[in-house]
Design a protein around this ligand. Structure first.
Ligand SMILES: [Zn+2]
Length: 77
C-alpha cells in the first residue's frame, strides 16, 4: 500500500490517540491505525470508522466513562 499523499511506502500500524471533536470538547480515543511514517497521513478501515462513530454516539449519550486529562483552551483575542 502506498501513501496517496506523499507516495511513500512507509505505512505502518501504529497505536495512536485519535482526536474526536464533540462540540467544544476533545476526546482522545486510543486506536490502532495505519499511518504513513513520512507525512503522518492516517488510513482508517471501515471497522475503525464505524468504531469511532459508535464512540462519538456513546459519548453524546453519556454511555462511556471519560476521564479529564487536561483543558482545551483558545487564545484570547
Ligand atoms: Zn505519506
Amino acid at each position: 500500500m502506498k501513501c496517496v499523499i506523499c507516495h511513500g511506502n512507509t505505512i505502518e500500524k501504529k497505536e495512536v490517540k485519535e482526536e474526536c471533536l464533540i462540540g467544544n470538547d476533545v476526546i482522545y480515543v486510543p486506536l490502532e491505525v495505519l499511518e504513513c511514517t513520512t507525512c503522518g497521513e492516517r488510513y482508517y478501515d471501515r471497522n475503525t470508522k464505524r468504531y469511532l462513530e459508535e464512540i462519538q454516539q456513546k459519548v453524546a449519550e453519556k454511555k462511556v466513562g471519560l476521564k479529564e486529562i487536561g483543558k482545551v483552551m483558545i487564545l484570547a483575542a
